[in-house]
Design a protein. Structure first.
Length: 81
């Protein structure tokens, strides 16, 4: 059986404007105040339930997925050009 990660990296990718007050409150309870804000939350049933309720607004990944890679060069221009 696969071991679940200790924490989840959650990104708010869509605005909660136009959604119900309950969904807005759920985003704030997860610590998400601004668009494209990233937070790390523990992987537990309470957090998973909040994610499920507003999954259309979020991108969720394991907090350890991108950490062991080197520095990103995506979007950077060549220095010698």
């Amino acid at each position: 059986m696969a071991e679940t990660p200790a924490s989840l990296r959650i990104t708010l990718v869509r605005s909660p404007i136009g959604n119900t007050e309950r969904q807005k409150a759920t985003a704030r309870a997860l610590g998400l105040r601004r668009l494209n804000q990233v937070v790390d939350q523990p992987d537990n049933p309470a957090v998973r339930g909040m994610i499920f309720r507003i999954q259309h607004l979020l991108r969720v990944e394991s907090a350890t997925e991108g950490r062991d890679q080197g520095p990103s060069t995506k979007g950077k221009r060549d220095e010698h050009a």
